[in-house]
Write a protein that binds this ligand. Structure first.
Ligand SMILES: C[S@@+](CC[C@H](N)C(=O)[O-])C[C@H]1O[C@@H](n2cnc3c(N)ncnc32)[C@H](O)[C@@H]1O
Length: 195
C-alpha cells in the first residue's frame, strides 16, 4: 500500500476573511506541528505550507530549523520526523510546479471546505486517480474563513464536505481536524490493499 503521490497544502493565501475579502492569514505553530503529524502518519509525501509573506516564511524556517537540530531530534524524534515532510512555498502554484517536477506529471488540484457546492465530488473521486491514474494529488485546505474563489475555480474538483452529525448542520471543523479526518477516510479507500 502506498500513497506516495498524495500531497497536502495548507493555504494562507488566497483565503477569505470574515467579510469575504481575500487576505493572507498568519501561519500558526499549532497547525505546523499537528498537521505534519497527521500527514506523516498517513504517508503523505509533502505538506506544503503556503504563504507569500517573507517574514512569515522566515519564522516558519526558524521553527523548522529548531526541530532539525541534533539535540531537538534526540529529545523528540517523532516531531522531527513529522516536520521533515514540511515544504515552505510562496504560492500554491510554486507547490504545483515542484510536484510536477518531482513526479514528472502535474497534480490534480483538489480543494476542501465546509460548504456543499456544485463542484463537490465524493471521496471515491480520489480512488481512481490514486489507484489507476497514479496522477499526483494536491489536496488543499484553507485557513481564515476558507479558500478564496480563484483557487476553487482552478481546482479539478472539491471534495464533498465532512458533514458531521449535528441536526443543526454545524460542521465547521478546525483545519487540523479536517485534515486528519480526510486522511483517515482516504486511508480507508485502500483498506483492501489493492493499490
Ligand atoms: C476555514 S479554515 C478555519 C481555520 C481556523 N482558524 C482553524 O483554526 O482551523 C478550516 C479549513 O478546514 C477545512 N474544513 C473545515 N471544516 C470542514 C468540513 N466540514 N468539511 C471539509 N473541510 C472542512 C477546509 O479546508 C477549511 O478551509
Amino acid at each position: 500500500m502506498s500513497r506516495s503521490n498524495l500531497y497536502v497544502g495548507l493555504i494562507h493565501y488566497p483565503v477569505l476573511d470574515k467579510k469575504g475579502e481575500i487576505v493572507t492569514t498568519s501561519v500558526t505553530n499549532l497547525d505546523i506541528h499537528d498537521i505534519s503529524r497527521s500527514c506523516h502518519s498517513f504517508g503523505v509525501k509533502k505538506l506544503f505550507l503556503v504563504t507569500p509573506i517573507e517574514p512569515q516564511r522566515k519564522l516558519v524556517s526558524r521553527i523548522l530549523n529548531h526541530w532539525e537540530r541534533d539535540d531537538a531530534n534526540a529529545y523528540n524524534p517523532d516531531r522531527f520526523n513529522a516536520l521533515r515532510i514540511v515544504e515552505l512555498v510562496d504560492s500554491y502554484h510554486s507547490a504545483i510546479n515542484l510536484i510536477s517536477e518531482w513526479e514528472g506529471k502535474g497534480p490534480k488540484l483538489i480543494t476542501t471546505g465546509a460548504k456543499v457546492t456544485l463542484k463537490d465530488q465524493p471521496l471515491t473521486g480520489l480512488e481512481s486517480i490514486l489507484k489507476i491514474d497514479k496522477t499526483p494529488i494536491f489536496l488543499v485546505f484553507g485557513t481564515g474563513w476558507g479558500l478564496a474563489p480563484n483557487i476553487e475555480e482552478e481546482a479539478d474538483f472539491k471534495l464533498a464536505p465532512i458533514l458531521g452529525a449535528n441536526p443543526d448542520g454545524y460542521n465547521h471543523l478546525s483545519v487540523r481536524s479536517a485534515v486528519a479526518i480526510y486522511l483517515d477516510r482516504v486511508n480507508e479507500l485502500f483498506a483492501d490493499n489493492s493499490l
